[in-house]
Ligand binder design. Structure first.
Ligand code: FES
Ligand SMILES: [Fe+2]
Length: 420
């Protein structure tokens, strides 16, 4: 009798409360992830404020594949692969801008805003039966929610809103940071870190690291602000929102920015409040704007590539198994007071900026996780914190604010997708 050997599946790397180290190191696994995760699910590509007008475009990525997100003359949004259908040159190298068409620099094939092939030099050499319609830029399926544009290569996938599952409510709450105005991208900076993309995926709903890694940030705050960031002993929680998404509520009193607007304005925002009053804003609007400037009291992580925190989106891009690109996108109020947007940028820079007190420290530990994995494949990565008192939530388990519930949610989805 022969016993058929069972082939190990990628999903075997996840054991619910721990994951195996090749997760961060295995090159073949990385290629599988690009296909089975980034090739099959909804991936965040842009915010609508980045393409405000007809003809506006911004470059982005779906996994490793470069794409262009563009608004056409009918205001329809298209996402298409940034690859000429002739011999593959990128047709757009400008980060963002406005155009009426995309022309390939190599042999001059020209594409419309909807990706259709409009013209090519000396077409007669292709013969009369050359089908221009079959040679447009490759297009992805596109849907958006609250200005967040997602794209997918998977025509069979469920609608975006059902994929977002329990995260929808939290996206709605996050967008209240417009303070009554629409949310607008104010700018961004990018960097890469020498580590696997999932090291970042694990980070945004990890409160446990905050007082340790972000000690220098906490020391740079005034006493009142510092108190709001000592949330590990507070009433916060982490919840699995379904489909790999999770939320970490750090400051429950700042979940809904429209609640308790009569509360005292924190001292660090008093000068801004006075400036807005002097500009003629009525008191109730001043309070709403000032509250929004301070940001929401939770972090939201959407599987697989975008998270929301304080005043920004963080977008990750897998480059190779040991390299990940990060975009930090600062958010403000479209049409809101200049002083309010200025202060949001300063707050963003304080934590997330290249010279800020937050992101550089995060990037250092992400890099050290990757380096440390060389210490042994026999040792697991533990994500078991907080199982002691997890309770069922509306969409999945809910645990202590410092629980690793968010990581377990992400790896559960990772396993589901990798085993498909
Ligand atoms: S590669 Fe684009 S026209 Fe030839
Ligand atoms: Fe951090």
């Amino acid at each position: 009798m022969t016993i058929a050997a069972t082939q190990p599946q990628p999903g075997d790397l996840v054991e619910f409360d721990r994951v195996k180290t090749p997760m961060y190191e295995d090159e073949a696994l990385f290629e599988e992830e690009l296909e089975r995760i980034f090739g099959r699910t909804w991936v965040w590509v842009a915010h609508t404020s980045e393409i405000p007008d007809k003809g506006s475009f911004v470059r982005s990525w779906v996994g490793r594949q470069p794409v262009i997100v563009v608004r056409d003359r009918k205001n329809e949004i298209h996402v298409m692969v940034n690859r000429c259908r002739h011999r593959a040159a990128t047709v757009c190298e400008v980060k963002k801008g406005k155009t009426s068409s995309f022309q390939c620099p190599y042999h001059g094939w020209g594409y419309g805003l909807d990706g259709s092939l409009r013209g090519l030099p000396y077409p007669e050499q292709y013969g009369e039966d050359f089908d221009k319609e079959a040679h447009g830029l490759k297009k992805l399926r596109v849907e958006s929610y609250q200005g967040m544009i997602f794209a997918t290569f998977n025509e069979e996938i469920e609608p975006l809103e059902s994929f977002l599952a329990g995260a929808k409510k939290w996206i709605d709450l996050f967008m209240k940071q417009g303070g009554g105005f629409p949310i607008k991208v104010l700018g961004e900076h990018q960097f890469t870190f020498p580590g696997n993309w999932k090291i970042q995926l694990e980070n945004t709903t990890d409160a446990y690291h905050f007082p340790v890694v972000h000690k220098s940030f906490l020391q740079s705050l005034d006493k009142e602000a510092e108190a709001t960031f000592t949330f590990l002993e507070g009433e916060g929680f982490v919840e699995d929102l379904g489909n790999g998404h999770s939320v970490m509520v750090m400051m429950p009193e700042l979940v809904d920015l429209d609640d308790n607007l009569d509360a005292a304005i924190p001292q660090r925002f008093e000068a801004l409040a006075q400036e807005l009053r002097d500009e003629g804003y009525p008191e109730d609007q001043v309070r709403k704007i000032v509250r929004a400037v301070g940001g929401a009291g939770f972090n939201l992580n959407l599987f697989p590539n975008v998270s929301f925190s304080l005043s920004f989106f963080r977008v990750l891009r897998p480059i190779n198994v040991r390299e990940t690109g990060i975009r930090h996108i600062a958010l403000g109020m479209d049409g809101g007071p200049v002083a309010a947007n200025r202060m949001r940028l300063r707050l963003h820079e304080h934590f997330q900026g290249p010279l800020g007190f937050g992101s550089p420290d995060d990037a250092e530990v992400w890099e050290r996780v990757q380096r440390g994995t060389l210490g042994g494949e026999d040792l697991p990565i533990l994500v078991n914190r907080g199982l002691v008192d997890e309770v069922p939530g509306e969409h999945g388990p809910r645990g202590h604010v410092s629980a690793e519930t968010g990581m377990r949610a992400a790896y559960k989805m990772w396993k589901r997708m990798m085993d498909q």
